[in-house]
Design a protein around this ligand. Sequence first.
Ligand SMILES: Nc1ncnc2c1ncn2[C@@H]1O[C@H](COP(=O)(O)OP(=O)(O)OP(=O)(O)O)[C@@H](O)[C@H]1O
Ligand SMILES: [Mg+2]
Length: 290
Amino acid sequence: MAPIIEVKDYTWRYLHTTEPALKNINLQIEEGTFLGIIGPNGSGKTTLANSIDGLIPGQYHGIKKGVVNIRGKEVEDYAKGSLQRTIGMVFSDPEAQFTAMTVEDELVFGMENLGMTIPEIRERLAWVTELTGLAPLIDKPPYEISGGQKQRVALAAVLAMKPEILILDEPTSMLDPISRKQVFAVLSKMKQEQNSTIVVIEHSLENLVPLADRMALLYAGELLFEDETHHFFQRMDLLLEKDVLPPGALHFFHHLIQAGYYNGRIPLTAVDAAEKLAQIMKKSVEEAKS
Ligand SMILES: Nc1ncnc2c1ncn2[C@@H]1O[C@H](COP(=O)(O)OP(=O)(O)OP(=O)(O)O)[C@@H](O)[C@H]1O
Ligand SMILES: [Mg+2]
């Protein structure tokens, strides 16, 4: 099956800059995949997200080489506004997205634009407010809620439209640890129940890693590597060299491997790590006895 998102030999340089922000990127994303994109500040993550959702070159000036295809059709060939039916985009700065006077209006706005009927909108509104825990805030004006609550409204407004592709650029930067976890739980549901294709750009890996099918590392405008999540973290030396800070459990197992105590797959969650550690300890106790 053709990938839902295909980036081919893609280079983008913003006008009046000397270095391309993205250099010869090749990336294919299959439908239903949850992809995590990481990389240091300025490595090109947001530029890549905007190249997929059509904001580049639409709203930015620059020089482009190569192509970005969505469902086999080049982003630039979609009629104005039509790509937004397929791709839902959540930015890290939710303020920039708000236009309505209440949270409810903000959530309803996009659905009205899609031409949904009032009963459909009501049903979807109930679903999304339940999913994101926003029901108590529904009548508030967006400027009277906290940064983290705004971020949840921005996410809910996009989820309400049930887009086939969700792109989230640091969607939890303002959230407390519990809310952050909740957002990832919502994304997990979207993947399982809607088979959404989800691309998440995120510096905090703790929640991302257990959910991501695949991970990609951008560095200085280049896609250094992209792989199935387990394989991705087997190359820990390269990741550390490129300033990626892996979740504690993964880092710990990397040290166990280096010290010769373990030679299996690096576990991706704390629970999995605890089980593997218990096995290592049990084995060494048995070895000591024999
Ligand atoms: N509108 C713009 N005009 C010119 N250069 C830009 C523009 N936006 C970004 N850049 C440059 O492109 C490069 C990549 O920026 P980008 O915002 O894509 O990085 P990022 O990986 O999203 O970083 P962060 O983690 O800080 O969000 C940087 O060198 C940045 O200075
Ligand atoms: Mg960015």
